[in-house]
Design a protein around this ligand. Structure first.
Ligand SMILES: Cc1cc2nc3c(=O)[nH]c(=O)nc-3n(C[C@H](O)[C@H](O)[C@H](O)COP(=O)(O)O)c2cc1C
Length: 413
C-alpha cells in the first residue's frame, strides 16, 4: 500500500524512523510529510534515509517532484497515517485548516485517515481535543491509541503514542480483513421520512437513522461503494458515501428507483411512514379554520421494499439482493418475532429481514444498541446483538455478504 506518513511535533516523533522502517518491512511504500515542529524532534536525514524519499515540509519550495507537490502526494496516497498526531494537528484537521505542508496535503487527500495521537494526558483530556477527535472519527478517521503509560513530561496517564510495532499491527490487521464487498455497490436507506400535512406540519417517527448510518459505515468498511438514500437524520452522514436526500416516502421511492440499477445490494433501514395525507395544503392550515378537531384522511405510502421485490420477480433478475428491516412489537417473544419476520419476508419478496422487537430493552429506535433476528428467505436465522449499532451492522453485512446471491454474482460494472 502507498502510505503517506504525516509526522507532527509530538515528542514521539523520535520513534518515526522506526515506524517507517517497520511499514516498509511490511511491504508498504512510504512517503513522509512533516510539520516544522516535528523536525525539531526527529532528524530529517533519518527519515529520508529510512524512507528512501525526500521528506516534504515546505509548501512553497522548489519542487522535489514535478507538479503541485501537495496535490500529487495527496493523490498518490492510498492511506494517510499521522503519527504522532499532536493536539494542534488534530485541531487543524477537525477545522479543515491548511496552513502548512502537512495539513494542506491532508486536506486534499481522499485516502482513509488514521491517527496515532501522542500528547500529555491533560491535552488529550481537554474538551477541545475530545471534541476535535470525535469530529474526525465521525468523519471516518480511525484512531490507534493513545496508550496509557509514562509520558515524556514525567507523568503517567493516557496520551502515549502507541508503539510503532502496534501501529503497524493495527494497519495490517485492518487491511488483512477480507473486503468481501470490494467492487460492490450497496444502497442503504436511512432516517425518518416526513409526510407533510401543510406548509409547517408533518407526520414522522422517532428514527434517528443511526442503524442505517451504521450499515453504510459497515459496507464502506467491507470495501463497498455506498449510496445512502436518507430522509431526516439525527446523526451525520458518514464520509465516503454518495448521499441522496429524500424527505418523504414518495421522494425516497423515487431516489431508490433511480439508483437501484447500480446496486448489488439494497438494505432498507429507513423508517418510512406507512401513511401520508393524500395532498399537502399549500400554506399553513389555520387553527381557526379547523376548529377543535382535525379529522385527517391518510392514504398508504408506496411500499418501496415490496415494489423492489415485485419488480425483481417480474424481470427475473437476481439483483439487487434485498434486505429489509422490521421494527416489531413482539413483547419479548422470540418465536413471535420470527413468525412476524417470516411473514414480512414473504410479503415483501426480499432475501432477508432484520427484525427487532422494539419492546425489548436495547433494541430499536434512537438508542446506541440493537439486537434482533436476521432471517433469510432460504431459512437461515441468525440472532444478532445485543451490541452497538455498529457491531450489529457489521455482523449483519458479513452474513449478507456471504449469501449466495452476492457471492455468485459478478460485480456490476
Ligand atoms: C519537547 C516538546 C515536546 C512536545 N510534545 C508534544 C506532544 O507529544 N504532543 C503534542 O500534542 N504537542 C507536543 N508539543 C507541543 C507541540 O510541539 C506544539 O503544540 C506545536 O505547535 C505542534 O505543531 P505541529 O502540530 O504543527 O507539529 C511538544 C513541544 C515540545 C517543545
Amino acid at each position: 500500500m502507498r502510505i503517506l506518513l504525516g509526522v507532527s511535533g509530538g515528542i514521539a516523533a523520535y520513534k518515526t524512523p522506526d515506524l517507517v522502517r517497520r511499514l516498509k518491512r511490511a511491504g508498504h511504500e512510504v512517503r513522509v510529510a512533516c510539520t516544522h515542529s516535528a523536525l525539531e524532534l526527529v532528524s530529517r536525514t533519518a527519515l529520508e534515509t529510512v524512507s528512501g524519499e525526500p521528506v516534504l515540509f515546505e509548501t512553497f519550495t522548489p519542487r522535489v517532484h514535478a507538479g503541485v507537490e501537495h496535490i500529487d502526494l495527496a493523490s498518490w496516497a492510498e492511506l494517510a497515517l499521522v503519527a504522532p498526531a499532536t493536539a494542534n494537528v488534530i485541531a487543524k484537521l477537525a477545522c479543515g485548516l491548511a496552513d502548512d505542508f502537512l495539513t494542506t496535503v491532508l486536506l486534499a487527500c481522499p485516502a482513509p485517515l488514521w491517527l496515532a495521537p501522542g500528547m500529555n494526558t491533560r491535552m488529550w483530556d481537554h474538551p477541545a481535543t475530545r471534541a476535535n477527535v470525535a469530529c474526525l472519527v465521525e468523519r471516518g478517521a480511525r484512531l490507534i491509541g493513545p496508550d496509557e503509560g509514562e509520558l515524556a513530561c514525567g507523568t503517567t496517564g493516557v496520551g502515549r503514542m502507541s508503539e510503532p510495532e502496534r501501529i503497524v499491527e493495527a494497519l495490517q490487521a485492518h487491511h488483512a480483513r477480507d473486503l468481501v464487498l470490494r467492487g460492490r455497490t450497496v444502497l442503504v436507506t436511512a432516517g425518518a421520512t416526513r409526510e407533510p400535512l401543510d406548509a409547517v406540519r408533518f407526520l414522522s417517527n422517532p428514527s434517528t437513522g443511526r442503524m442505517g448510518v451504521a450499515v453504510a459505515r459497515a459496507a464502506l468498511d467491507l470495501g463497498a461503494r455506498v449510496i445512502l438514500v436518507h430522509a431526516h437524520l439525527g446523526v451525520k452522514v458518514p464520509a465516503g458515501v454518495e448521499a441522496v436526500f429524500a424527505s418523504s416516502a414518495v421522494a425516497m421511492q423515487g431516489a431508490v428507483l433511480s439508483h437501484r440499477d447500480r446496486a448489488d445490494l439494497v438494505v432498507m433501514t429507513a423508517a418510512v411512514g406507512d401513511f401520508m395525507p393524500p395532498e399537502t395544503a399549500p400554506g399553513k392550515v389555520k387553527k381557526e379554520d379547523v376548529g377543535e378537531t382535525w379529522n385527517l384522511t391518510l392514504v398508504r405510502t408506496p411500499d418501496i421494499l415490496a415494489g423492489l421485490g415485485q419488480d425483481r420477480e417480474r424481470s427475473g433478475a437476481r439483483r439487487p439482493l434485498l434486505v429489509g428491516f422490521a421494527a416489531e412489537t413482539a413483547g419479548g417473544d422470540q418465536d413471535r418475532l420470527l413468525t412476524l419476520a417470516r411473514q414480512k419476508l414473504s410479503r415483501k419478496r426480499c432475501d432477508a429481514i432484520f427484525a427487532n422487537d422494539v419492546q425489548v430493552p436495547g433494541a430499536g429506535f434512537a438508542g446506541d444498541t440493537n439486537l434482533g433476528l436476521l432471517v433469510f428467505a432460504d431459512g437461515r436465522v441468525h440472532p444478532l446483538g445485543p451490541g452497538t449499532k455498529d457491531q450489529v451492522a457489521s455482523a449483519l453485512l458479513s452474513e449478507v455478504a456471504s449469501s449466495p446471491g452476492i457471492v455468485a454474482a459478478p460485480p456490476l460494472p
